[in-house]
Design a protein around this ligand. Structure first.
Ligand code: ZN
Ligand code: ZN
Length: 366
């Protein structure tokens, strides 16, 4: 991992802060703090000014901060002092007339307490600056995502080889998580979704005690964390019984839509344009009203981040972005099919990072 990655990210962010005619930014989102400092704990803020990078934390993290971070000034608040008081004190000491803050994550209570504690400072709404930087992954981050994909795929291969008809959705979710951890993942990127038969039509259904043998197919949506905290996100259908005409039809439409969506990914294309390509195919096949969610989302330190591949996304794709492509058709009480892969936008097109087979006849388990 490049040792200058955090200072260079902070410099890039400061350039964006200056474009907003501001001199400083208070970062309170813990994923953003991690991205900018390498610190993996919580309840910790970063105040970034043109000259200073000040981490405000508490004594639980004194040692961890020295292990994980360099080049930062650190303020450890006493346990008798509330976080907003400590933050206001640091702002006062730095004599900041204006401070930008992450209005997308700050609560009204936090905002009001800063104003009360630091009345001379003007707090300026500054949403999404770090999130915008995070959309474009550097080489280290892409390597982390590749690792997260590999861990997820090894876990899935193990699960598939040991899948039994008597297992419940809950047991399948557990076995999948167990396998990914065995291969070295520090955990799942989100709790696996396992939906047998008609339960696959609940796009984000929680695993139940329904058994694999109770229907002909199972939808599994899962992902692993890399050691550095990056996420992967995949979905496959495994056919555990007979292939009905309905399943064959729906599966074919979703797979073609997914391939069309992936083929549309390249620099310069808007998120909404990629969504439209896949959605049109599903609509033309007569299943438009059964595809209610957007086509995909960025992955990184969060499982859902920018850019979105959605009808309302004007974000233009750039090299280094990593997105999922996951069209689905959900027929209530009948079945659901979603197929999801992770895609890196490259200089001249894209690279599919995931490699689990997805032709229908490759999904049959016996
Ligand atoms: Zn997923
Ligand atoms: Zn997803």
């Amino acid at each position: 991992m490049a040792s200058d990655r955090y200072p260079s990210r902070r410099q890039k962010l400061l350039a964006e802060v200056r474009k907003q005619s501001l001199a400083s930014l208070l970062i309170t989102n813990e994923t953003n703090v991690r991205y900018l400092t390498g610190f993996t704990g919580d309840s910790t803020y970063l105040l970034l000014t043109q000259e200073h990078a000040i981490l405000i934390s508490d004594s639980r993290y004194t040692t961890q901060i020295t292990e994980e971070c360099t080049g930062l000034e650190v303020v450890i608040r006493p346990h008798t002092q509330k976080m907003h008081e400590a933050t206001a004190k640091v702002i006062k000491k730095a004599k900041l007339a204006q401070v930008g803050f992450e209005s997308g994550v700050v609560t009204v209570e936090m905002f009001e307490s800063w104003q009360k504690e630091s009345p001379a400072t003007d707090f300026v709404s500054c949403p999404g600056l770090v999130e915008d930087l995070r959309m474009i992954k550097d080489a280290d981050e892409i390597a982390e995502i590749r690792t997260a994909v590999r861990l997820a795929e090894k876990g899935f291969a193990t699960l598939r080889a040991t899948l039994r008809p008597d297992l419940t959705e809950l047991e399948v979710a557990h076995d999948l998580e167990h396998a990914m951890r065995k291969f070295g993942s520090p955990g799942v990127s989100f709790p696996p979704i396992v939906g047998v038969g008609p339960r696959g039509a609940l796009p984000h259904g929680r695993p139940s005690s329904m058994r694999i043998s109770e229907a002909d197919s199972v939808l599994i949506d899962w992902g692993a964390n890399s050691p550095g905290g990056y996420k992967s996100d995949l979905t496959r259908i495994l056919v555990t019984g007979k292939v009905s005409a309905k399943l064959e039809k729906v599966y074919g439409v979703v797979l073609t839509a997914q391939r069309l969506g992936i083929a549309a990914i390249r620099p310069g294309v808007k998120g909404c344009e990629v969504d439209a390509v896949a959605r049109q195919h599903i609509e033309q096949a007569g299943f438009g009203k059964f595809f209610g969610h957007s086509l995909g989302h960025g992955i990184g330190l969060n499982i859902h981040e920018g850019p979105r591949l959605a009808a309302i996304s004007e974000t233009v794709l750039k090299p280094g972005m990593v997105v999922t492509v996951e069209p689905g058709i959900y027929l209530p009480n009948v079945l659901g099919v979603r197929i999801e892969d992770d895609i890196l936008v490259t200089k001249d097109g894209c690279e599919v990072l995931t490699s689990v087979p997805k032709e229908l006849d490759q999904m049959i388990v016996n």
